[in-house]
Design a protein around this ligand. Structure first.
Ligand code: UT7
Length: 328
C-alpha cells in the first residue's frame, strides 16, 4: 500500500492596499526610520482598512491558491487557518472562509500557535493526507495584527503588519511533497509574547481597555534570543531527520519577524545568502501569514524549482516553533 505525499499544488497571498511607512510612524510615536531599519530591517507594512478582516485576506489568498492548484472549493476536505487575530473568538475564521468560498465538503478549524500557526497547520494537514483521511487541504495563515497593536507603544507598533497567505496541499504519488514536519512548544515562556485581554481570564471591561491590556505585549529582547536558538535547532532537526545537511538545501524561508533574526539564523546555519528569502522590509511581521506570503512570492517569482529542497522555519508566541522540509 503506497502512502501518498502531501504536495503544495497552489499558493496565494493577499495584502491590504494601505502602506504604513516608517516615516508615517515617526509622526505617531517617538521613533525614527533609522532605528526601525537598523533594529528590524522593516521599511513599511500593510494595514487593513475599515471593513477588512482576517477572513477577507484569507479568502482572497485562498482563491488564488485554489486557482493555481486547479481545485474547486467543493473538492476541499479540510480548511485549517492559523491566526491569532480571528474575526471572532468563535466561530473559527476557517468556517467564515469556508462560507465565502462555498467549500461545502470541508471540515474547518483555526489553530492558535501565533507565528508558527501556518507550519502547525501544514503539519496537521500532512498527517490527514498521508493517512488518506483527506485528499485536498487548504492551509491558511492570516492576520490583522494592526487591530491588536498598541499604536502608542513604540516597542511593538513598528513591528507588525496585516495580510494572509494560503496553500493547497494535495495527495500525490512521487518524490515531491512534504518530507517532514516538526512542531515544538515551551509554555514556560507564554508571557514573553501575549495579548492579556479580552479572553476568559481577563474578560472585556472598560478598565481592561483603559489599561491597554487588549493589545500585544512583548519582551522583544528575550524573544529574539530564544527565536534564533529554537529556529536553528528546528532547521537542523528537519535536515537530519531526512539525512540532509545545510549544503543540500536549495531554499530557506524563515518566519519574517526581524531582519537581524533572519540574518543570525542564516549565519549560524552557514547558508548562502541567495538561498534565504526575506520580504520583512515590505510587510513587517505578519505572524502566521509571514511564511505563506513569502512562499507565494517566491513561487510566483519562479524561485522554487521543481524538486528543490525547501525548508520553512517558524517561531512565535506560546512559545511555539516549527520546521517543515519539502521537495518542491
Ligand atoms: O514573531 C514572533 C517573534 N517575535 C520576534 O521575533 C521579535 C523579537 N524581537 C525583536 O525583534 C527585537 O527585540 C525588537 C526589534 C523588538 C527590539 O530590538 P532590540 O535590539 O532587542 O531593542 P531593545 O528591546 O533592547 O530596546 C533598545 C532600546 C530601548 O531603549 P533603552 O531602554 O535602551 O533606553 C527601547 O526603549 O530601544 C528603544 N526602542 C525604540 N527606540 C526608537 C524600542 N522601540 C523603539 C522604537 N524607536 N520604535
Amino acid at each position: 500500500m503506497t502512502i501518498p505525499r502531501a504536495r503544495i499544488t497552489g499558493t496565494g497571498s493577499a495584502l491590504p492596499d494601505r502602506v504604513l511607512t516608517n516615516e508615517d510612524l515617526e509622526r505617531m510615536v517617538e521613533t525614527s526610520d533609522d532605528w526601525i531599519m537598523t533594529r528590524t530591517g522593516i521599511k513599511e507594512r500593510r494595514i487593513a482598512a475599515v471593513g477588512e478582516y482576517t477572513s477577507t485576506f484569507a479568502t482572497a489568498a485562498a482563491r488564488r491558491a485554489l486557482e493555481m492548484a486547479g481545485i474547486e472549493p467543493a473538492q476541499l476536505d479540510l480548511i485549517i487557518c492559523g491566526t491569532v487575530t480571528p474575526d471572532f473568538p468563535f466561530p473559527s475564521t476557517a468556517c467564515i472562509v469556508q462560507q465565502n468560498l462555498g467549500a461545502t465538503g470541508a471540515a474547518a478549524f483555526d489553530i492558535s500557535a501565533a507565528c508558527s500557526g501556518f507550519l502547525y497547520g501544514l503539519s496537521i494537514a500532512e498527517k490527514f493526507i498521508r493517512t488518506k483521511a483527506a485528499t485536498h487541504v487548504l492551509v491558511l495563515g492570516a492576520e490583522v495584527l494592526s487591530r491588536v497593536v498598541d499604536w502608542t507603544d513604540r516597542n511593538t507598533c513598528c513591528l507588525f503588519g496585516d495580510g494572509a497567505g494560503a496553500v493547497v496541499l494535495s495527495a500525490q504519488e512521487g518524490s515531491s511533497g512534504i518530507l517532514s514536519a516538526h512542531i515544538y512548544s515551551d509554555g514556560n515562556h507564554w508571557d514573553l509574547l501575549h495579548q492579556p485581554g479580552a479572553g476568559g481570564r481577563n474578560p472585556a471591561t472598560q478598565q481592561l481597555v483603559d489599561s491597554r491590556q487588549i493589545f500585544i505585549r512583548m519582551q522583544g529582547n528575550e524573544v529574539f534570543k530564544l527565536a534564533v536558538r529554537a529556529m536553528e535547532e528546528a532547521a537542523h532537526a528537519a535536515l537530519s531527520a531526512n539525512g540532509y545537511t545545510v549544503a543540500d538545501l536549495d531554499f530557506f524561508i524563515p518566519h519574517q519577524a526581524n531582519r537581524r533574526i533572519i540574518d543570525a539564523i542564516g549565519k549560524r546555519l552557514r547558508l548562502s545568502r541567495e538561498k534565504l528569502f526575506t520580504n520583512v522590509e515590505r510587510y513587517g511581521n505578519t505572524s502566521s501569514a509571514s511564511i505563506p506570503i513569502a512562499l507565494d512570492e517566491a513561487n510566483r517569482l519562479g524561485l522554487l524549482k521543481r524538486e528543490a529542497l525547501v525548508l520553512l522555519d517558524a517561531f512565535g508566541g506560546g512559545l511555539t516553533w516549527a520546521s517543515v522540509l519539502m521537495r518542491w
